[in-house]
Design a protein around this ligand. Structure first.
Ligand code: ADP
Ligand code: MG
Length: 686
């Protein structure tokens, strides 16, 4: 290709994964600037948009000395003048009087006046007239590329060389039917217009088509996977509602189920009856009562002669589930056991035969459940709590614990925006508990800077004197583990000093499981009033009497984590509080995170905000599951509507032709094949 020698080819491959001309066509501009419009100086009003102005240079001077030395020129458009400044690279600048220039740049304000810093300046008669006809594409380039002169402008030039060859047309990747039905631009036109749109409308049509295609193939892949799994696996049949369920429901249930809980139990029940293997995601905000739903489902499994297991991501949580479940099932005939990493060898040896003999109905535990030595007589239901903490592989392992795979219910406490649920978890059915148990008082959240410790300590004291308990949480991340542990221990000592009249306990992930458990117990039983902890208590922990959550260094937590932590309080009848402590100087994003936390308790709103702020790649839990294919142009945070259209389109096709065997669907089958091939190739490289 013109403009691409071996060095550039290598750079393109390394930096953008571009190997062929076709790959290059799929490097899309991230923005466009309208070069058909000319401005006058007096119309400048916005510092954030590029403008171009025709005019001449009146004169120029070097002003300032040393670091602040700069070149200043007066630019005149026939009516008004404006200052242009250059701080560096002035050697290369050849300014001339009496020449008509095209100026292009972003205006800025300096000393209350508009100016241009480092504008592009080109003699007007040397400007390519082609450029001035429409929208100029801008491409992302890496530092490495820029330093080899492979900047956006060069990219544009290289890609423009490909345009003539497009006139022969590229093989279409969507069927005529789909193009017509959804009113989409064809592939060739789209690729032309994504790079060099003739106008705004064409650019938008091109973008829409290319986004649609990406989302469509992801959905086609996910839905096909789901369908083939439904077809190929025999679902364990659980048609009965029997004694265990009814006895518990009518005689032991400590409270009335919320309507949402009832609805979700019915949805799950329908799956269990259906004869198809269930793969369901149960979403519900923190405190919405997912554990109880899980327990009811386990009882349904028992009533049909099957065992169930419940897997939690931490020992603390597994222990707590075990205690809750035992407590609730007291007086029933259901047999429950606990298996975690710290279960003794002796105890394990007792549990294994009981499990094989079918004498345990519900096994609760951690990753320890996955081990090969753990064998069930007849495992029928697997519940995975806080599923974002587990990888896909770990989930899959539980499938193999029965000849026919058990039903799977995964629960997540961090609500997931709809768009993510439809993609990252697109092959699961989704149930939502969208209602909290009655009588909860909304948690009050405050953001303070850590200069306000005295006031906060007084507040803590007042709360404890009223009989409440308090969490104090510190961040702990792997990369900074040593410092973080020191912070935590200092924090612990500080609390002990500040509150000599109260008892303080401490837990962190590096403690022995036994000690951790003992400390948790002391807090849960009310023996200690303050618990200083790392995020080991982030998920699931339930101590209803604790009503204050203090988050130290809150700026270091993401939104979903903050929401999780806050969910540890507000579980009893008392008014609860969450106090986010940060340093004084905050970035814009951090400030926004704090504002959102203060503004809302709604996990779904927070999840949406998180998606907007961070983008889907960073969302907790999405890294492991991932998308079947990469997105280059569509965005899960902003293209929700199009995603839904694409999902419906894919579903319609598969409903009619699940294996894509019909001739008219050949195009989809081949394109899917190609995409899968590519996904594998690339993952092998990176
Ligand atoms: P999560 O959905 O965050 O896992 P949990 O299952 O831990 O929530 O439930 C939170 C608290 O709400 C627990 O103390 C539980 O006993 C209580 N709870 C659950 N369902 C109801 C209900 N229908 N009415 C009243 N309290 C409930
Ligand atoms: Mg929970």
């Amino acid at each position: 290709m013109p403009g691409v020698g071996p060095k550039r080819a290598e750079l393109l491959r390394k930096e953008l994964n571009v190997r062929t001309a076709l790959d290059l066509l799929y490097i899309f501009p991230y923005k466009y600037i309208d070069r058909s419009k000319f401005y006058k100086i007096r119309d400048i009003c916005d510092a954030d948009t590029y403008v171009q102005i025709v005019g001449e240079i009146l004169d120029w001077n070097t002003i300032g000395i040393g670091k602040s030395e700069r070149l200043s020129a007066r630019f005149f458009d026939g009516d008004d003048e404006i200052e242009l400044v250059w701080f560096k690279g002035t050697k290369y600048l050849k300014l001339e009087r009496g020449v008509k220039y095209l100026l292009f740049g972003k205006p800025s304000v300096f000393n209350h006046r508009w100016n241009f810093a480092h504008p592009e300046l080109e003699p007007f008669d040397r400007v390519n007239p082609q450029l001035l006809r429409g929208l100029e594409p801008y491409y992302n380039t890496s530092e490495k590329m820029k330093s080899s002169w492979l900047n956006s402008k060069t990219m544009m030039k290289i890609i423009s060389h490909l345009m003539p060859s497009l006139s022969q047309g590229l093989p279409e990747t969507l069927s005529r039917e789909v193009l017509d039905r959804y009113n989409l631009m064809n592939l060739t036109e789209s690729l032309k217009n994504i790079h060099f749109p003739s106008d705004l409308a064409h650019m938008q049509k091109a973008r829409e088509r290319l986004k649609f295609e990406e989302l469509f193939y992801i959905q086609l892949q996910l839905l096909q996977q789901m369908k083939s799994r439904e077809r190929d696996t025999v679902g364990l049949k659980m048609p009965f509602v029997g004694r265990s369920f009814n006895d518990f429901y009518f005689n032991h249930l400590p409270f009335e189920l919320t309507d949402a809980q009832k609805r979700v139990v019915r949805e799950i029940q329908a799956d269990l009856k259906s004869g198809k293997q269930m793969n369901r995601l149960l979403q519900g905000d923190v405190g919405s009562g997912k554990t109880l739903v899980a327990l009811l489902c386990c009882l349904l499994a028992k009533d049909n002669g099957y065992q169930a297991c419940l897997m939690a991501p931490t020992e603390i949580l597994a222990n707590q589930h075990y205690e809750t479940v035992c407590h609730m099932l007291k007086g029933t005939e259901v047999r429950v056991e606990l298996l975690t990493g710290s279960t003794t060898k002796k105890r394990r040896e007792q549990i294994h035969p009981l499990l094989m003999g079918g004498e345990i109905d519900i096994l609760i535990g951690t990753h320890a459940l996955i081990e090969d030595t753990v064998q069930f007589l007849n495992l029928g239901l697997v519940v995975i709590d806080e599923q974002h903490r587990f990888g896909v592989a770990q989930r899959a392992k539980l499938w193999t614990k029965n000849i026919n795979p058990p039903h799977v219910l995964v629960m997540t406490a961090t609500p997931i925006p709809r768009t993510l649920a439809m993609t990252v978890y697109g092959d699961l059915n989704v149930s939502v508990i969208d209602e909290l148990p009655p009588g909860r008082k909304p948690i009050q959240t405050y953001h303070y800077t850590n200069t306000r410790r005295d006031a906060i300590n007084n507040f803590i004291r007042g709360q404890i004197q009223q009989g409440r308990q308090v969490y104090v949480v510190y961040p702990l991340i792997e990369e900074n583990k040593k410092m973080d542990l020191i912070d935590l221990e200092n924090g612990y000592r500080y609390m002990v000093e500040q509150f000599p009249e109260f008892k303080v306990s401490m837990v962190h992930g590096k403690m022995r499981a036994r000690d951790k458990d003992a400390q948790m117990q002391r807090f849960a039983s009310g023996e200690t009033q303050i618990l200083v902890a790392t995020t080991v208590i982030e998920v699931g922990v339930n101590v209803p009497n604790a009503s204050v959550m203090i988050v130290e260094n809150a700026e270091r937590f993401g939104l979903s984590q903050l929401h999780q932590l806050r969910g540890r309080v507000g579980r009893g009848a008392d008014q609860s509080y969450c106090i986010l402590l940060t340093k004084v100087e905050l970035s814009k994003d951090t400030r926004r995170r704090m504002d959102i936390m203060v503004a809302t308790n709604d996990g779904f709103r927070i999840a949406e905000a998180d998606l907007q702020l961070r983008g889907p790649g960073d969302l907790e839990g999405t890294q492991q599951s991932g998308l079947p294919f990469e997105l280059h142009i569509a965005s899960l945070s902003t293209d929700g509507q199009l995603l839904e259209v694409a999902r419906n389109a894919a579903r319609d096709i598969l409903d009619d032709d699940p294996l894509l065997e019909q001739d008219k669907n050949d195009i989809f089958r081949r394109q899917l094949q190609k995409l899968k091939q590519r996904a594998v190739d690339w993952s092998a490289i990176s």
